[in-house]
Design a protein around this ligand. Structure first.
Ligand code: AMP
Ligand code: MN
Ligand code: MN
Ligand code: MN
Length: 282
């Protein structure tokens, strides 16, 4: 691997899942903002990879095939990123299809719940924002709730609605941890725990999650991500060191101006970590 490459961004979204830009535009933005190696990691779907890979080649940056799989662990939603997957692998494709299949029904139930809370028409409204209806999710509801003025911006929708204990949260069973890791590894990929600081787990539960992830074949965790606070960069650097995980870095970019995550803004991984890309030729 060329030693001078510094800006690896291994987590972002396009309109194939809940990002707002088409895959080509995501790549163009990343390249313009200094990313040198980019992974597109749409939720539960690899349909954007061909277009993104071609755009990366045209823009002169390296591209990594990725995906972010939705998992249910002890009733909580956990995300597992797969990097350098074979996007044609049948077991991975079938598995992702099974995860996606629950989304439309869940979205209808979210719409019903919000209607009970007095906000009508959100299922249809969310679908307007979902370029790929089979991938409709909470971000699309959040954008619609902001559009109609129910909340000031989409981020606020995740405080007032859509989260456990609030209207519009519908518990959902995704796939399980070992199964998701199994699909990623079967497809030749490396399994990375996405934003482990986001899950609001007790220290004991986090420790259990790390151990189960490792036992099931997980190899890396995200340390520097747009979904972590700067304090969490340090905390998860220590956890990566303690558990001997490889470390990953990625913005988790979704949309210009939405949240803080954007390309080219994150600090590097601290030197004592072994990057998830340490053995890649890019
Ligand atoms: P879903 O897969 O439909 O449950 O939607 C999950 C997505 O919602 C995540 O990938 C984020 O893009 C978004 N999300 C979840 N929680 C928040 C939050 N607190 N603030 C902003 N976006 C969030
Ligand atoms: Mn998302
Ligand atoms: Mn995620
Ligand atoms: Mn993500």
């Amino acid at each position: 691997m060329a030693g001078k490459i510094t800006d690896f961004d291994l987590h972002c979204h396009s309109s194939v899942s809940d990002g707002s830009l088409a895959p080509e535009a995501v790549v163009a933005r990343a390249a313009a903002q200094g990313v040198e190696v980019l992974a597109l990691t749409d939720h539960d779907e690899i349909g954007g990879l061909d277009a993104a890979r071609a755009a990366a080649s045209a823009a002169g940056i390296a591209f990594v095939d990725g995906v972010e799989v939705s998992v249910t662990w002890r009733g909580a939603t956990i995300h597992i990123v797969g990097l350098r997957i074979d996007p044609d692998h049948p077991a991975l494709l079938a598995g992702l299809g099974s995860v996606r299949s629950g989304r439309l029904g869940r979205a209808r139930r979210i719409g019903d719940e919000l209607a009970e809370a007095g906000i009508e028409g959100t299922f249809e409204g969310a679908l307007k924002y979902a370029a790929n209806p089979s991938m409709v999710g909470r971000t699309h509801f959040a954008r619609y709730l902001a559009e109609i003025g129910a909340v000031p911006d989409s981020k606020s929708a995740f405080r007032k609605y859509l989260v456990p204990g609030k209207p519009g949260y519908v518990a959902h069973e995704w796939t399980d941890l070992a199964t998701a890791i199994g699909w990623i590894r079967a497809a030749g990929g490396r399994a990375v725990m996405a934003h482990p600081g986001r899950y609001s787990l007790s220290a004991g539960a986090l420790e259990d999650l790390m151990n189960e992830f490792r036992a099931a074949g997980g190899e890396a965790i995200e340390v520097v991500t747009g979904s972590h606070s700067p304090d969490q960069y340090g905390l998860f650097a220590e956890i990566a060191r303690k558990h001997d995980f490889l470390a990953s870095r990625g913005s988790d970019f979704h949309s210009p101006g939405e949240g803080n995550a954007d390309f080219g803004k994150l600090p590097p991984l601290v030197k004592f970590l072994t990057p998830v890309w340490h053995d890649w030729t890019v």
